[in-house]
Design a protein around this ligand. Structure first.
Ligand SMILES: [Zn+2]
Length: 273
């Protein structure tokens, strides 16, 4: 890939700062951190057209997972997703579910089997076609921002290993939150950077998947972005990947002041019992 084909971010996509500092270079790829908010991004990066060509063919899903072809592992993946989705039902009852970056549809099929009404968004034509043909589930092929969904129309919005691939993650998350109904559940899973990796300059860090991963979140930077967009984090787990369960607030606007009386009332009533 020639450097002429690359796009350079001139502003931080989160805070708008124009100052970046160098983090690490791997092969021809360079990670930079916003000097103001520390968000780490690939800069410069390939164009959206490059990624469209890369992701379109269904063959991109023909990679190995523990020595088996991913595409042949439907039973294993659907089985694992069934238990993940069962956990969602602690927070929200089965209803309309949107998976953004639905790949070949294993998660959507698991959601359908648990009684949800699933719908997908997938940039890859090969992935979207595979899901429609094998599982009969509706998939919008394209970017989330171009999909004709109504605001507040889903009970649950899910993005599993998708956010790190998105060229405009803040625009993406705003739209994902917009289509989620108040009180609805958002679940995000991403590969993430440990704070130790960042302090060590990422030099020894493998698995950055450059240039395909455009934003490299830490637990702190994902929390900064999600809470900054007004979504309430219910739970997060950082192990091999980072998983976050979050809820869209029922009331609009700042809720910090409004939530205090309730908090103190609960303290008072539990003490007086
Ligand atoms: Zn920034």
């Amino acid at each position: 890939m020639s450097l002429d084909d690359l796009l350079r971010l001139s502003r931080c996509q989160w805070c708008g700062s124009e100052s970046f500092s160098f983090v690490v270079e791997k092969e021809q790829w360079r990670l930079e951190a916003c000097k103001n908010c520390q968000l780490i991004v690939l800069n410069p990066r390939p164009t959206p057209e490059y990624f469209q060509r890369l992701y379109d063919p269904v063959q991109q899903y023909d990679y190995q997972v523990n020595g088996e072809r991913y595409i042949t592992l439907a039973d294993q993946f659907i089985g694992a997703y069934l238990s993940l989705i069962k956990g969602f039902e602690r927070y929200v009852s089965p209803g309309k579910l949107l998976e953004i970056g639905s790949a070949v549809g294993f998660f959507l099929e698991a959601a359908r089997r648990r009684g949800w009404q699933p719908q997908g968004v997938e940039l890859s034509r090969g992935g979207a076609d595979y899901c429609r043909e094998h599982f009969g589930i509706d998939v919008f092929c394209g970017k989330l921002v171009d999909a004709p969904f109504e605001a507040n129309s889903f009970d649950c919005v899910v993005a599993i290993h998708t956010l790190e691939h998105i060229d405009e993650p803040v625009v993406f998350l705003k739209r994902a939150i917009q289509v989620l109904r108040p009180g609805g559940l958002m679940f995000i899973e991403i590969p993430y950077l440990r704070e130790d990796d960042v302090l060590n300059g990422l030099a020894s860090r493998d698995g950055l998947e450059l240039p395909n991963h455009l934003t490299h979140f830490t637990a702190a930077s994902l929390t900064m972005v999600l809470t900054g967009l007004g979504i309430e984090i219910l739970r997060s787990e950082a192990s091999e990947n980072l998983q976050v369960w979050a809820r869209k607030r029922v009331t609009e606007g700042p809720t910090v002041g409004a939530s205090r009386p309730g908090f103190f009332q609960r303290m008072f009533s539990s003490r007086s019992r």
